[in-house]
Each structure stands twice: as structure tokens, then as C-alpha cells.
Design a protein around this ligand. Structure first.
Ligand SMILES: C=CC1=C(C)c2cc3[nH]c(cc4nc(cc5[nH]c(cc1n2)c(C)c5CCC(=O)O)C(CCC(=O)O)=C4C)c(C)c3C=C
Ligand SMILES: [Fe+2]
Length: 387
């Protein structure tokens, strides 16, 4: 085989404070992030939520130096992966495609279609699959493929999720050990896995395998670690009024504190780079909650970033994928069993579960419209310029 291209997919983050508003607008404009019954509502609501959230979010980014480190770290991971593949005798071009900020996925695709690549490996930098992360990027790629005959001629394969990859598990175990070994009695320390949350309906209604993959992944990391420590799993970063996967990280921390736990290592589990939710949310907000709950010895495992064992794991994933039959974007959701990307369900008349869900959503929308009118003094149609 000739030259390989590897497309690393990631979320993206604002490079500077002025980028926060437009970044949030891009994020909330994605129907895989906020699922609404009517497509036309997406952009006005995205604008409204982004506008209302920008100040708080900017304050958080200020704490971590005025922008997200995600682009820098992802590019460093790309360079390290290229070097590792080169050492293994496999020359590769690496492309970074972000979903909500620069370098956008579209920019990466424009670049790779100009280069002479014989085969492309699509590798999301999310170990576990979620509709809201890898699913959203795969859906965007499917659209780009449909629009571009040049892409249709390119041979490619997708790696849908890779939380079982032994090198990744090994890297996570090493990062946890580094922290455990700082304690005088390492075996008694609680290990606290904190995964990024998603709304509960993603799992229960739309069939997102995310929760199952997260749970299995924590078990596999504990087996790889092979230490007797007690461990818990909780979900962080909830946004909005709906119920997300539980237990929530803040509640689980308080509960451990109430049980008398003093020594804790927090392990961010759904993302492989440092970002706002490790550097600000865990290191500042959750640390404070833990301290107040009496957990005085609070440490956090670093994200894998460019840890050599992790980079080797990425290289192994790429090389393995080249020896297997190609997996198409359209096959991924089938592989992930019955994942329902947006729009979620086919309509059926009658008192079906689907009808109940939609009734609830329409009632919620009415409620949101009322709240908007109370806050802004204008109706939703005024706000979006229709009246
Ligand atoms: C596996 C990881 C992630 C999942 C699952 C996920 C789902 C998800 N996220 C939001 C809302 C926001 N996410 C934001 C930032 C953000 N999210 C992830 C990862 C996952 N999101 C990362 C790595 C980042 C940070 C990027 C960076 O700048 O470093 C934000 C913006 C930050 C903020 O204002 O708090 C929001 C908002 C939803 C609603 C969702 C599932 C539906
Ligand atoms: Fe997020």
C-alpha cells in the first residue's frame, strides 16, 4: 500500500476569549448536541444559549490562560503519531479535523483531497462512541462525502471506538499509578472515574452505547491497573435542565466525603487531552467541592496527551485498521446496534412512546418560549426576526 492519511477527529475549542461565543454557537447549532423537534428552531436557540452562556464560559477559559489547549495538544499528538508510525515503517500524513472550531473538519478534508493519499484512516480521539461526539463527526463526514466525488473515489476505513485497546488501557493505568504512588498508603486511595455526561435520553431513547462503553472501559482500566483500590464512576459537565447520566460528579464527591473518604485520585475518562473540563472544572470546581466535603488529599490523573504508551496505542490502532476489511461511515451506526442519530424516530400515529416523547418536547418548547418572553420581553418569533 502507498501513502496513508490519518484523520484525527476532535471537538475543538476556542483559541482565545473572543472565540468563545462563536464556538458555543457552533456547538449548540449541532442537532446531535441539542435535539429539537423542529430543525428551524436550532439556530435561533443556539444563538440564544450561546449568548447567555458566553460570559460564564469566558470566565472559565480565563482561568486556564484565555483559551483551550485542545488544538495545540491534538497537533502534538498528530506529530508524535506520525513519528511513531515512521519508526514502524509506515509513512503517514496526519490531518486534524475539529467539529466546532479551527482547524475545522472541512479544512482537513480540503487539504487531504489535494494530497496524494492512497488510503485514509478515520480515527476519532474519543475512546468511547457517543452520538454527541464521534457520531456527530461521522455524520458531518458522511455529508461531505456525499457532496464530493473526489472523496467518493478515496479508499478509507473508520475506527468507531477503541476503549478496549490494550495500549490505551496501559497508558491510563500508568497515569493512575503515577498519582497513587504519591500517597503514603496507595492501596487505600479511592479512584474516582469522571466521565463527560450526556443527557439520559441519548442512552435510553436513542440507543447511544456511550454509557455501556464507559462502564466497560472503567472495568478494563481497573483490571489493567491490577491494584486493590476501591473505585467509583460518575458523570460531569451537565448542561441545561434535563436529566443527564447519573450519579453526577459533584453528588458522588459529597457522598464519598460523607463516608469519611480523605484520599482521592480523579481520573478523567472520556477524553484524551487536557481541556477546560479537566483544567478548570475538575482542578478548580470539583477540588473545592471535595475539600468542603472533607476529601483533603485530592489529586488528578493527567490526560494521556502525548504519553509514549498512548501514542504507541494510536499507532497500533492505525496499523491494525489497515489489516482489517474497510469499515464505511454508513456501517458505523449499524455496528453500534440501534443508534438513532437525529432525527431520532420514525413517526407512528396513536398513543405510542414516540408520541408521548414528542408531546413532552412540545410542552417543553412552549415552556422555553414563555421563559424567553419573560426574560427578554419579546416573543420567540420577535427574537428570531420573524415578527
Ligand atoms: C466525550 C466527551 C464529550 C461528550 C460526550 C460531550 C457531550 C456534550 N457536551 C455538551 C456541551 C458542552 N461541551 C463543551 C465543551 C467540551 N465538551 C467536550 C467533550 C465532550 N462533550 C470537550 C473536550 C469540551 C472542551 C473543549 C475545550 O474548549 O477545551 C462546552 C463548552 C464549554 C463550556 O461552556 O462549559 C459545552 C457547552 C453537551 C450539551 C453534550 C451532550 C449532549
Ligand atoms: Fe461537551
Amino acid at each position: 500500500m502507498g501513502r496513508v492519511g490519518v484523520l484525527l477527529l476532535n471537538l475543538g475549542g476556542p483559541d482565545k476569549l473572543e472565540d468563545v461565543g462563536p464556538f458555543l454557537y457552533n456547538l449548540f447549532s449541532d442537532p446531535e448536541i441539542i435535539r429539537l423537534p423542529f430543525r428551524w428552531m436550532q439556530k435561533p436557540l443556539a444563538w440564544l444559549i450561546a449568548t447567555r452562556r458566553t460570559k460564564t464560559s469566558q470566565a472559565n477559559y480565563k482561568y486556564i490562560g484565555g483559551g483551550s489547549p485542545l488544538r495545540r495538544i491534538t497537533e502534538e499528538q498528530g506529530e508524535a503519531l506520525k513519528a511513531q508510525l515512521g519508526d514502524l515503517g509506515k509513512e503517514a500524513n496526519i490531518y486534524v479535523g475539529m467539529r466546532y472550531w479551527h482547524p475545522y473538519t472541512e479544512e482537513a478534508i480540503a487539504q487531504l483531497t489535494q494530497d496524494n493519499i492512497d488510503k485514509l484512516v478515520i480515527l476519532p480521539l474519543y475512546p468511547q462512541f457517543s452520538i454527541s461526539t464521534s457520531g456527530s463527526s461521522f455524520r458531518l463526514l458522511e455529508q461531505l462525502w456525499q457532496q464530493n466525488p473526489k472523496l467518493q473515489r478515496l479508499e478509507y476505513t473508520v475506527i468507531p471506538s477503541w476503549y478496549k485497546q490494550p495500549g490505551y488501557l496501559q497508558a491510563m493505568a500508568e497515569l493512575i499509578k503515577e498519582q497513587l504512588n504519591q500517597f503514603p498508603h496507595p492501596d487505600g486511595v479511592h479512584i474516582f472515574f469522571s466521565a463527560h455526561g450526556v443527557p439520559k435520553s441519548y442512552v435510553e431513547e436513542a440507543g447511544d452505547p456511550y454509557q455501556q462503553e464507559i462502564e466497560e472501559c472503567t472495568q478494563l482500566i481497573m483490571q489493567t491497573l491490577n491494584r486493590p483500590n476501591p473505585h467509583v464512576l460518575a458523570y460531569q459537565s451537565r448542561v441545561g435542565p434535563v436529566e443527564w447520566l447519573q450519579p453526577y460528579t459533584e453528588d458522588a464527591l459529597k457522598e464519598l466525603g460523607a463516608q469519611g473518604v480523605k484520599d482521592l485520585v480523579v481520573v478523567p475518562i472520556s477524553f484524551v487531552s487536557e481541556h477546560i473540563e479537566t483544567l478548570q472544572e475538575i482542578d478548580i470546581e470539583y477540588r473545592e467541592i471535595a475539600e468542603e466535603a472533607g476529601i483533603h488529599n485530592f489529586r488528578r490523573a493527567a490526560a494521556p496527551n502525548t504519553h509514549p504508551v498512548f501514542i504507541q496505542a494510536l499507532a497500533d490502532l492505525v496499523i491494525d485498521s489497515l489489516t482489517k476489511p474497510n469499515l464505511k461511515l454508513s456501517q458505523v451506526t449499524q455496528m453500534k446496534k440501534k443508534v438513532k442519530m437525529y432525527p431520532q424516530e420514525r413517526w407512528e400515529w396513536g398513543l405510542t412512546t414516540s408520541a408521548e416523547v414528542w408531546n413532552g418536547r412540545i410542552a417543553m418548547l412552549g415552556f422555553i418560549a414563555l421563559i424567553i418572553e419573560l426574560i427578554t420581553g419579546q416573543g420567540l418569533l420577535h427574537l428570531i426576526g420573524l415578527l
